[in-house]
Structure formats: C-alpha cells, structure tokens
Design a protein around this ligand. Structure first.
Ligand code: ADP
Ligand code: MG
Length: 263
C-alpha cells in the first residue's frame, strides 16, 4: 500500500519525544538466544511517553521476539528492560507490574472463542484488577464504542469479521488502562478491505496520545503516525530514524532493498 492509497496525511510538525523526560521504555544491550540461535543482538531502544514507534523488517528479523520480551512473553538472557521505572526480572510480581501497564494486540486476535465480545473485554479487569461486574461491563462498552462496534457486544468472536475481531482485541487491551500499547502485525491476517478499519482505530489511539510500539508493514501508517521508524534485520536494529528520512532518504542498503520490495 502506498501513502496515496492509505489516505493519511503526514504530520511532521509534531515531535512527541519529550526531551529531558525519563523514557517510559528503556531497552539496553538486549540479547536473546533460542538455543544456539542469536535472535536479538545488542538491542538498544528508548521510547518516550506518547511516542509512536513503528518497527519493520523482513520476516524472521526478530520483531515479534523484541515486542514479546517487553511484556515477558519471551525471556531474554542478557541486557535490561525497564518499563515505567519497573525493571523486568523473572520475579512474578515484577512481571505482573509491567503487564499491567502494557496492552498487547497480536496478528491472530487471540480472543477467547467461548466468551462473547463483552465478556472478552470484562475478563481481565475483573480477574486481574478486581473490578466489579458492573464496572467492567461499563468500561467494556465504553471501549467497544470507541472502536465503533458496541452493537457486537453480545456476539461471539466467530460471528465477527477479522477486522471487527481485531478491534475487539484492541478494546479488550484498552479496558486494562494500559500506558503503552504493543502491536504485532495487527493487520497482517486481515483481508485488505478490513485493514483500514483497524488502522483507523490505531490512528485514533495515537491521536489520543497513547504510547505505541507497532510492528507493521503498513507504510502509510508509519509515515503519517510514527515519530520514529525502526528497521530490523537478523536480530539487530539497523535504522532508527524519523519517517521522513526513513522513506525519503534511506541510506542503508538493506533498508533500500526492503522498501523496494514492499512499497
Ligand atoms: P519476526 O517477527 O521479525 O518475523 P521473530 O521474532 O518471530 O521474527 O523470530 C526471529 C527469529 O527467531 C526467527 O529466525 C525465528 O525462527 C526464531 N524464533 C522465534 N521464536 C522461536 C522459538 N520459540 N524457538 C526457536 N526459534 C524461534
Ligand atoms: Mg513476527
């Protein structure tokens, strides 16, 4: 998809990196191996509050692994991750503290099939946050309205389109009042006509000031929404730059080749 197709207007006037402010995510010298395979190599990354960072790169370059390390869905062997002042360790209490602040949306929606849309959104606030049924239901409806599918509340996931399911997944994450949202290729499993409705939801979230880390190859979204675009290959961050430079004057040959393939 080109910029023109996406219809998003680039907005380069606003820098959301709050200078002098403590980053909400700090990743230092992160290394991860799967057995002998070195999946993440010396990753250094800081994300400021309200910043929107897009991560792209070829399949197998470590994008999902990086995102998953941030909320401890994958463990790492070396380096540090600090989220909003909490250092990620293997201590369960610490993992819970970080997960409480980080919402995650996956390629495959991952909704509970045996629960209705509303129940999907109410479950974690009740179980994890101890919210009452009434309160959880009220919050769930608020976010289902926000993603523009309140009328689907009593349906089961299988009765919804892929785009609607993904918007439920976003609403479900938002019900936990996360400070940070992680997206891992949220539109890759969708039919083309549903991509836009999910991207619109993500753009609205960005406009509200949500701190976002998005793995996506939707370059129209990256160009118009991202403060920075990161390019990974073979477990390394090789480019980390504002979108204008990323797209208009990429000086890394591997990035040029990648952009040539997807644009
Ligand atoms: P991306 O999201 O960029 O496509 P991933 O982070 O999923 O890449 O994977 C990075 C590399 O790590 C790939 O080579 C993949 O095969 C490998 N990998 C991912 N998960 C596992 C796993 N659970 N066990 C072994 N290797 C894995
Ligand atoms: Mg992936």
């Amino acid at each position: 998809m080109t910029d023109k197709d996406s219809g998003f207007e680039p907005d380069h006037n606003v820098s959301h990196f709050a200078v002098g402010k403590e980053p909400i995510i700090t990743i230092e010298d992160l290394n991860k191996w799967f057995g002998d395979f070195h999946a993440l190599k010396n990753i250094n990354l800081q994300v400021a509050e309200r910043e929107r960072v897009v991560i792209c790169g070829p399949s197998g370059s470590g994008k999902s692994t990086l995102i998953r390390c941030i909320n401890h869905l994958d463990v790492f062997q070396k380096g540090r991750i600090v989220v909003d002042g909490n250092e990620l360790t293997n201590v369960a209490r610490n993992v819970d503290a970080i997960r409480a602040e980080v919402g995650m949306v996956f390629q495959q929606f991952n909704l509970f099939p045996h629960l209705t849309v509303l129940q999907n959104c109410m479950l974690a606030p009740m179980r994890v946050r101890g919210k009452s049924k009434a309160e959880a239901s009220q919050t769930a409806m608020k976010f289902l309205e926000r993603v523009r599918i309140p009328e689907q509340a009593s349906k089961y996931p299988a009765e919804l389109s892929g785009g609607q399911q993904q918007r439920v997944a976003i609403a479900r994450a938002l019900c936990m009042s996360p400070k940070i949202m992680l997206f891992d290729e949220p539109t890759s499993a969708l039919d083309p006509e549903m991509v836009r409705e999910v991207l619109d939801t993500m753009v609205a979230l960005a406009d509200e000031g949500m701190t976002m880390l998005c793995v996506t190859h939707e370059m129209g979204f990256a160009r118009s929404v991202a403060d920075r675009v990161i390019f990974m290959t073979a477990g390394e961050i090789v480019v980390d730059t504002p979108p204008l430079e990323f797209f208009d004057s990429p000086d890394n040959p591997r990035l040029r080749e990648f952009l040539g393939q997807i644009l």
